[in-house]
Each structure stands twice: as C-alpha cells, then as structure tokens.
Design a binder for this molecule. Structure first.
Ligand SMILES: [Zn+2]
Length: 226
C-alpha cells in the first residue's frame, strides 16, 4: 500500500490488516467455505479502521481532534455519499447496456448525471472520468456498495463491542466476532447478524449507525466553532 504520515494512511493500513484478520479466521476452513459474499467482505476491515480512529480520538485535543474527526468524516462522506453516486451510475450502465454498446462519452454523461443526483449543487467540480479512476467497477459487479454496507454494519458491531467492553465482556465479544468472521462463507448476512441480535431488515439498525456519523459531524462542528 501507499503510505504517508497521515491518519488516513494509518487507517488504510488498519483496514488492510482487518482483511488479514478476517482471512486468518477463515484460514483453517476448506476452500469452499472461505468464499465470503461481497456484503461481508468489508466488515472486519472497517471495524479495524473504527478501532484505530476512535483510539486516536480519545486522546486528541483541539486542532488534532479536528484533524481526526475530519479524517473520519472525509472517509464517511466517500463511503456514504460518493458510493451512492457510484451505485446509481453502475445501475444506469447495466440498464443502458441492455440496449446496446456504450462509448466513453455515454459513460461520462451517466457519471455526471449520477454525481448531480447524489451531490445536488454541493460540488463545484464534477468528475466525468470517475468510471476510469475507480478499479471497483472492474472485476465484480456492484463492488462499491459493500463499503457502505460494511461501514454501517461495522459501526453497529462496534457499538456492541463498546457495550461488551464496558460490561467487562470483551473476550466474549471477540469470540463471537471471530466466529462471525469464520462463518461468512457459510451463512447469509441476515443470519450472521441475527447472532449478534442485529436485524438487518430493521431501518432502526441502519439509522442507529448513521446516527454515529451524525454525532461525529456535531462533534466536528463543536470543535471547529471553538
Ligand atoms: Zn477493503
């Protein structure tokens, strides 16, 4: 990975180590049981990022606190907001492609449309070539929204981790967490989440995760207003 002395790079390192940790849990299983659906592929990576960022936030004061919160929020803006535009784009490409070939200028038009749909007038400059920039469009279809799913699911899991830690049950959480990662090739996300008491069909669960981000925005506004 690329690395520079920033929290963003350290977060990316934590992210990739999360993938390594997930693979470690799957490592002893037969190959057919290691296949993880893309919705769960970013669970451990985002969980790890959250641990590192929240640890940094615990000791950061003043300007440094602002920097940590900004790093967190820039990441979340990408995962929640920008990935929505990528989802709209990819969906539109598949729909249009059923009717015939698409050339680069068609793709540019669709990308600009998707960005306007997502950002409204909040972005001064749109980027028509995002479809060429992001490798996530190539390989597996729709490999963008797993990041949104992973972030919101990971934040929900993280909330449970904090509760367990406060109750002195960290070891119990870790055992269940490891079991969840080891089972990602053997049960649906719905079933695995249910083992943690999480109903993925309940809007309240997703709202709860979004509320974590809303509180980070409030904290950022609180520090930047000082
Ligand atoms: Zn990842």
């Amino acid at each position: 990975m690329n690395h520079d002395p920033s929290l963003d790079s350290v977060s990316t390192l934590a992210h990739e180590l999360g993938h390594a940790y997930h693979n470690r849990q799957l490592g002893d299983l037969p190959p057919l049981q290691r296949e993880t659906p893309m919705t769960l592929a970013e669970t451990a990576s985002i969980f790890c990022e959250t641990i590192i960022q929240n640890a940094a936030l615990q000791t950061a004061q003043g300007q440094e606190r602002l920097y940590v919160l900004e790093t967190q929020l820039m990441g979340h803006a990408q995962v929640i907001v920008d990935i929505h535009s990528r989802f709209l784009f990819e969906q539109a490409v598949f729909e249009r492609r059923a009717g015939g070939d698409l050339n680069p200028s068609d793709l540019n038009d669709l990308m600009l449309w998707a960005q306007r749909e997502t950002y409204g007038d909040a972005l001064g400059t749109l980027h028509p070539y995002m479809w060429a920039v992001k490798p996530h469009y190539y390989g597996r279809s729709f490999y963008n929204y797993p990041y949104t799913f992973g972030l919101l699911f990971g934040l929900g899991l993280y909330a449970q981790y904090e509760q367990a830690r406060a109750a002195g049950q960290e070891a119990d959480f870790q055992a269940r967490y490891d079991a969840l990662l080891a089972a990602t090739g053997q049960a649906t996300p719905l079933e695995l989440a249910a083992r943690f008491g999480i109903d993925l069909h309940a809007p309240a669960f997703w709202e709860g995760s979004l509320n974590v981000i809303r509180r980070q925005i409030e904290a950022y506004e609180g520090v930047s207003g000082q």
